[in-house]
Design a protein around this ligand. Sequence first.
Ligand code: G3I
Length: 440
Amino acid sequence: MRSAPLTLLLSAFLCAIGCSDGGGDGGEGGTGGAGAAGSTGSATSGTGGATGGATSGTSGATTGSTGGVTTSASGTGGATSSTSTGMDGTGGGGTGGGPSTPRTRTPAASASSLREAGEKANPPILIGAAISGGGLNDNRYKSVAAAEHNYVTAENEMKWDALEPNPGQFSWGAADNIVNWARQNNMKVKGHTLVWHNQLPGWANSLSGAAAVEQAIRRHIENVMGHFKDRINHWDVVNEAVITNSDTGVGNPRMRPSVFFNALGERYLDLAFQIAREQDPTAKLYYNDYSIDALNEKADFVYEMVKGMVERGVPIDGVGFQMHIGPPNNEAGGADVAANLRRFADLGLEVLISEMDINRCGGVVTAEEQLTYYHDIVAACFSMPECTAITFWGINDGRSWLNSWSGALCNGQSSQSLLFDDQYQKKATYNRVLDALLGR
Ligand code: G3I
């Protein structure tokens, strides 16, 4: 469950990605042409063997630690479907192995903000933060958020209970405020989240019968994506559909019972992605989950689930790895994260770090480990062109969800989990993240 930080192994792994010449790879140095699953639903073919050498190495590690997961990349695929256009503004990466597919990301020579480091990298990478409506009432919060990030996830304001409190009645005000602020500051927005068992209004939670639940999913997705069309084209379509016996991702991974699963079975995921694709043929559509960050049982289960979706042609473009490290979720070292992200990318998908924070409460993660994890995990993502965004779950420690979350061991104390302190000063964690984004 707990992985030690393995910096040396990480270095070796990153070198393997950057240096090896796997069977399916087609070279490096290009800037365009993502090989992520096609945004028109042609995901099934995006499974070829880019980075074959590295992948076969990580496949062994995966099998060893989890008992039999096989990765799809054989190193023999060569060029595969590279039909999607890449993450907007990021150039995208590639798993297809075409001649223009970059195999690594080149860092900026220098940068004075995280955002600038992401924008100047080749290909660029989005640097995000969870933004709360309350935070936008604070000028210091707004100033740091906009200076350091170019990608926004609403922390709570786009969840089902906030947007559709009564059946078919929508409430857009709080979400619109965040989206408008983001656009004023040239930041992209990821819609979070269309179908999730949590933060559902009571009426939705008590629906029963396949027809009623399908109708509610359809109405919600159509209205929400319709409202934000032209302003949001990245969506967390389904969130946290898998559960284990512990929040750390260990013990009997299985589909989570929910109003959606209970009525429709696993097919509710396919349905949600298909409805979302009907709404926007070019949007990026993501599956998002916690404690799937490294090689563990839950990550293996989600890998097989997503692989099945890709093989069925479900229009999924990528997977968000929330990266909540420390209580109540998992603890993941950089090398394990790198191997895990790689196997998902080898399905032809984008991978994203979608909600990163590292909780110090309870003394489970030491100050030194926190710095190492921040650096090595960000570096693992940054090194992969298929890793298209890194989002931190908040701006400053004092506003972190962890401070008051049962199971986070904080009991109202600061989780010390983010990159800025309560006075919005940069912390050592900030410096280590910037180091990773600059290839240091
Ligand atoms: O809005 C009510 C307020 O009216 C009430 O007075 C107050 C009293 O407790 O609660 C407020 O609601 C809280 C809400 O955040 C808004 O602040 C809820 O109690 C609280 O449970 C809720 O927590 C959010 C949590 O999701 C709920 O699941 C956190 O802020 C938010 O950071 C967290 O975000 C999730 C991601 O969406 C998905 N991945 C995990 C991540 C962390 O749990």
